[in-house]
Ligand binder design. Sequence first.
Ligand code: SAM
Length: 242
Amino acid sequence: THFGFETVPEGEKAGRVQGVFTNVASKYDIMNDVMSVGIHRVWKDAMMDWLAPRAGQRLLDVAGGTGDISFKFLGRAGSGHATVLDITESMLVEGRQRAEANDMATQLDWAVGDAMALPFKDNTFDVYTISFGIRNVTRPQEALNEAYRVLKPGGRLMVLEFSQLPNPMMQKAYDLYSFNVIPRMGKLIANDADSYQYLVESIRQFPDQETFLSMVKAAGFENASYRNLSLGIAALHSGWKI
Ligand code: SAM
């Protein structure tokens, strides 16, 4: 283990995750910008570039939080519909306020639910996205299996998540930065070091690009591949339900 981080027992993970996001909901958008120096916007735009939303598509944005991905998707698609699902209601409340302010409310639905047991029928959506969400899910493979189930044949999966840097020296430098700087910044700005400690631990524990790719394939997705973002600090994984 690195820097003494603990592994959260599986049974406690969901509760802890909800606690973290309930605490940060009202400050989530601003903290995202501060912590990533705005880079999360560049990554989300790269996600949209690869996804290439089309008019009329039906999106399910899981762990959608305050709605960033859905807003970008609908903006690019021009027309269409997005369902934002999240396990933390207070994140969705923030998102719905943003949607109303942006006159996008009619194109959006908001649903509380768990990525591992989606409250939707088989073959419902054209696109499934999960952005910085799947590493918080207790059993990510089950979330991927559910993604496959609710997508229509021809539907597409796109996952944006923190990943591992292939270069060990760079990974070491990045670990030093994240384990020392991020929790302190979280304390300073949000008076919440623990939530940001959780953030860096969950990033380091998440499977690397190749391992996650094999999980995408195991869920049944075809033509699965990934792209690194910012040297592998984050990665996009894509797959198709044929
Ligand atoms: N997708 C948004 C973005 O990219 O800005 C929000 C990401 S936020 C870092 C992670 C979100 O995952 C939180 O809103 C949290 O409530 C949600 N989440 C965690 N576990 C979940 C689960 N099992 N099912 C659905 N959502 C979950």
